[in-house]
Design a protein around this ligand. Structure first.
Ligand code: GLN
Length: 547
């Protein structure tokens, strides 16, 4: 806790900080933006000087989303310590600048696995293992775990899914128990939806009332309601909700559609969401923080008139599949005084005949990460286009591998060059499986995951961009650049300008004679935040708009 913050709980000399818990749930429909609200609450409490952390509990059975198709679940976000997690963790990090770890992400699958492992070890001493108390105790343990480290004043726990789903029941029971045990140190923030019925010309609060009833049936009285709405709710409407749902009027907050998710913390602060939470918890509220740097970011966005056009070449026709990349581009465009205009270009449908037409309007191209064969030939065509027309191009993970393959095919003359991932028998395996991946048979959680050090070449463009020769970036891959070909690449102009010193893996390739042509084996997008845009994205955008 920083010096500005009033003391919390029993924190005193030599005593650990007692964390307070905020549970964020959603009702009526999914996609209400619980992640953004959780991140905003985190941001606002942080601005008051508190140390916060945010965790996400997902009710599905998968151990983690790593093996999920992005169409099912959007992007998989990777933490520094190598956990494959829900994309909401990306929002938490981008909004607050905190670093999340595996403790910030939990699924029903992991809860059950842990309980079953304990049962097999004999830890339960012959007891019958049941959802209550064993599963709920495990959930409670994982909620309190971060709070008990003594590092946080607030632990914000977002529960995925929608109230009423069968899967959420054990989580709600755990919250009910914790609220009972912790009294004012735990509160429930519930998000609902207030639809507008055009024919009636009215906003409807009934679904909210039902959702709160559902919460009550689990024994949880929501303390704060955040109502998602496309139209402004007047005070009468809020009064009605407050009265029907046993919630104080100041605790009925509305979350109207905003031009950008980054407006949400400011809107929540204006309505006093953080203050309402603090009063509910018996904490002196004090002055409203200024949010200076955040407002500066919003002002820059509002002031920008000109656009920078970036084409994202990938195979998933779903904006959430590349969430962190598009947010990183947006941060970098803002600080370069431009509006971002991202065009998604499906690589599956790129052909030599349409490539010019599809790509010529872009100031820069991002070749996206991915897995498997589908759409890779289109990515290779896009790389060739960027290389030959000198279009600024950033290749990320699979995108970097496609840069390497394109170079082998069209510059080194190996027409059949490929990655072992796509063609196991390729004679020119310029991308190969990493040595320590060869004996792995389980697909889940076994890639090269998380943050690894990268040594940048002295005097290289990337070293200048980062302003350092030692960086750390997050990874998620099984395949790598095949070092046997390195000398040939370097002789023909594609340089390895970043490598992992321990494993000698190529982490960054660059064509220095090109305007801006950089491929990274890691994912820089996991480390770009609102207040600290990533230097690679910053420089990429700068070069795109100079073109
Ligand atoms: N499929 C590639 C690999 O496993 C790239 C992965 C990615 O783009 N994240 O190496």
């Amino acid at each position: 806790m920083s010096s500005e913050a009033p003391p919390l709980g029993e924190a005193g000399v030599g005593l650990p900080i007692m964390a307070k818990y905020i549970f964020v749930t959603g009702g009526v429909v999914s996609s209400l933006g619980k992640g953004i609200i959780s991140a905003s609450i985190g941001k606002l409490l942080q601005a008051r000087g508190y140390n916060i952390t945010i965790q996400k509990f997902d009710p599905y059975i998968n151990i983690d989303p790593g093996t999920l198709n992005p169409y099912e679940h959007g992007e998989c976000y990777v933490t520094v310590d190598g956990m494959e997690t829900d994309l909401d963790l990306g929002h938490y990090e981008r909004f607050t600048g905190i670093q999340t770890t595996r403790a910030n992400s939990m699924t029903t699958g992991r809860i059950y696995k842990s309980v079953i492992d304990k049962e097999r070890r004999g830890d339960y001493l012959g007891k019958t293992i049941q959802v209550v108390p064993h599963i709920t105790d495990e959930i409670k343990h994982n909620i309190k775990h971060l709070g008990e480290t003594g590092q946080y004043d607030f632990v914000i726990t977002e529960i995925g899914g929608t109230i009423g789903d069968i899967e959420s029941a054990p989580f709600l029971e755990a919250i009910r128990q914790l609220k009972w045990e912790l009294g004012r140190d735990a509160i429930s923030v519930h998000l609902t939806y207030v639809p507008y019925l055009k024919a009636a010309g009215e906003l409807k609060t009934k679904p909210t009332q039902h959702s709160v009833k559902e919460m009550l049936s689990y024994g949880i009285q929501p303390d704060v309601l955040v109502l998602r709405t496309e139209k402004h709710l007047d005070d009468q409407m809020r009064q009605k909700v407050a009265g029907f749902c046993n919630v104080d009027l100041e605790c009925v907050i509305q979350s109207e559609d905003m031009p950008s998710i980054y407006e949400v913390p400011v809107s929540m602060q204006r309505q006093g969401l953080d203050a309402a939470i603090m009063r509910k918890m018996g904490i002196p509220v004090g002055e409203t923080p200024q949010l200076g740097p955040w407002r500066n970011f919003l002002n820059l966005r509002a002031e920008a008139t000109e656009e920078v056009r970036i084409g994202m070449v990938g195979k998933y026709d779903l904006q959430d599949a590349y969430k962190s990349i598009s947010e990183s581009l947006s941060h970098a465009a803002t600080y370069n005084h431009r509006k971002i205009r991202i065009t998604f270009i499906n690589s599956e449908f790129l052909t030599p005949d349409n490539i010019q037409e599809k790509l010529s309007g872009q100031d820069g191209l991002v070749i996206c990460p991915g897995f498997g064969q589908r759409g890779i030939e289109g990515k290779i065509l896009a790389v060739e286009y960027a290389r030959t027309y000198d279009v600024p191009c950033l290749g990320i993970c699979l995108g970097m591998q496609m840069m390497v393959i394109e170079f082998a095919r069209n510059v080194l003359g190996y027409r059949d060059a490929n990655s072992r991932e796509m063609d196991e028998t390729t004679p020119h395996n310029v991308i190969d499986m990493m040595e320590d991946q060869k004996n792995i048979s389980n697909m889940g959680g076994t890639m090269r995951l998380g943050a690894y050090g990268c040594q940048l070449e002295e005097g290289s463009r990337v070293a200048a961009i980062y302003g350092s020769t030692q960086v750390s970036e997050r990874h998620r891959h099984r395949y790598e650049f095949n070092n046997e070909y390195l000398a040939e690449y370097e002789a023909k102009g594609m340089k390895c300008v970043g490598r992992n010193p321990e494993a000698n893996l190529v982490e960054i390739v660059e064509i220095p004679t090109h305007r801006w042509f950089v491929g990274t084996q890691f994912h820089p997008e996991y480390q770009s935040t609102v207040l600290h845009p990533h230097p690679l994205f910053m420089d990429f955008i700068k070069s795109a708009l100079a073109r």
